[in-house]
Design a protein around this ligand. Sequence first.
Ligand SMILES: *[C@@H]1O[C@H](CO)[C@@H](O)[C@H](O)[C@H]1NC(C)=O
Length: 284
Amino acid sequence: MGIPSEDKEEGTGLLNDIDKTSQDSGILVNGSGSENPHRRRFLILVPILLLSLTTNIITLSIIVSNPKHYQRPSKYANLHLTHTEPYVLLTDYSSHNTTLADNLWHSINIDSGVVALPDSFAASHDLRTAQRFPWDTSKGIYILHGFHNLHCLKIIYISLFEFRTGQEQSRTWHHIAHCLDALRRQMLCDADDTPRATDRRAEVVSGVGQHRVCRDWGALENWAKAHTACYKRPEKPEDEVGLKRFMHCPEGSGYVVDEGYMPTEEILVGLPEESIATGVAGEV
Ligand SMILES: *[C@@H]1O[C@H](CO)[C@@H](O)[C@H](O)[C@H]1NC(C)=O
């Protein structure tokens, strides 16, 4: 271990000082001379080092005890983790009162999840550009992934509802299968490693008494509404198609709807469905 050179000792900043302290302590052991010129400075630096260590430990313990405040916010809407909720919670969506549950599932609305985002936002967030938003062509139309997945759950529920109540299926099996597949892949992508505790009991239940930390869906909805694409899906999908669905601009949006708008972009054709995933995963 070398003695720190003079110019090294001129270094400024807390880190440099701590570095030198550890070097100095090595020198102290090696030299063990009472006249060591480094000794006095070493003694002065000890309390600073201890203070620094204590501060670090306190900071770390705060971070560990409140992880939600220190997680990075979501990439696009800048959402933080805001609250905890229990894993096992029977909500009205799984009520034995099927009227109640059916009403809730049918009332899920994902219209606000269709948003118009400026190309400048896309560029600064590593997003590809998208289909033009007709009422401001400097923006692209996107569907937020959470809303997409919620839409998928909804149509799976609707399919099961129609089956349960002996009605004809209103969605194609192909669409249902796409949705099941999308949710399956989301789970694989999340690779959620949270261990759910089991209990010795007759029913298979896990996670009782455990909580997860969540973002605020309402905050995402607000962000989406602030970027509205004026989208509204009619109750019967065939009632309103294409451009008409984007003509529902809320008051104050500033957009002027032009019924004669003609898109000029090329239509993306010829790709197999879910081509990106298939290409990457090499699935048949
Ligand atoms: C079931 O839910 C519906 C809709 O909320 C309600 O009107 C009805 O009273 C409920 N039935 C029972 C038995 O609780």
